[in-house]
Design a binder for this molecule. Structure first.
Ligand SMILES: [Fe+2]
Ligand SMILES: [Fe+2]
Length: 167
């Protein structure tokens, strides 16, 4: 963690730290998704990853806007949680040979990422509101809704075919 816990004294400090954490996470996701796109076989899954890569790049800009609105420089702090989720995804993907089972593995890894993002954006939205930053809360909520929509889309792809074919 770039910011030692002793440096976090107020809810505002916590909020800024949370922004830095998710800013780093979104950047790592942007680096991981192209690999997942190239490994996915199902065209719909590939397409879902591709469209979320575009969305993720926009989210990075939206976060930069939140930093600006809050008078903070946009910077990331290492987030061990997202690093762990991505590492695990890469480990599993490297071990699966069957392309249909690999799709199921990639899809589940992507859903773990989305769930992580949903919890972080949920908290950040609540803190922004508490801090009287309705403007920041609105953007953070909007990003959370994109993550939720992605998770639901992945659910539909999993249940309608990817899991079925992997079985
Ligand atoms: Fe995201
Ligand atoms: Fe996401």
């Amino acid at each position: 963690m770039g910011l030692l816990s002793k440096d976090i004294k107020t809810l505002d400090d916590l909020f800024v730290h949370g922004l830095q954490d998710i800013y780093y996470a979104e950047q790592q996701i942007t680096k991981a998704l192209p690999q997942m796109i190239s490994k996915a076989s199902d065209p719909q899954l590939k397409q879902a990853f591709e469209s979320h890569l575009g969305e993720t790049k926009q989210q990075i800009q939206m976060l930069e806007q939140v930093f600006r609105m809050h008078g903070q420089e946009a910077k990331g702090v290492t987030c061990p949680a997202i690093d762990g989720i991505i590492d695990e995804a890469q480990d599993i993907a490297g071990e699966v040979e069957d392309s249909q089972v690999l799709d199921a593995a990639l899809l589940s890894a992507a859903q773990a990422v989305e769930h992580y993002e949903i919890t972080r954006y949920g908290t950040l939205t609540a803190w922004a509101k508490q801090l009287g930053r309705q403007d920041c809360a609105q953007i953070l909520h909007q990003i959370m809704e994109q993550e939720k929509a992605t998770d639901e889309k992945l659910n539909r792809i999993a249940e309608s075919k990817v899991n079925v074919r992997a079985a």
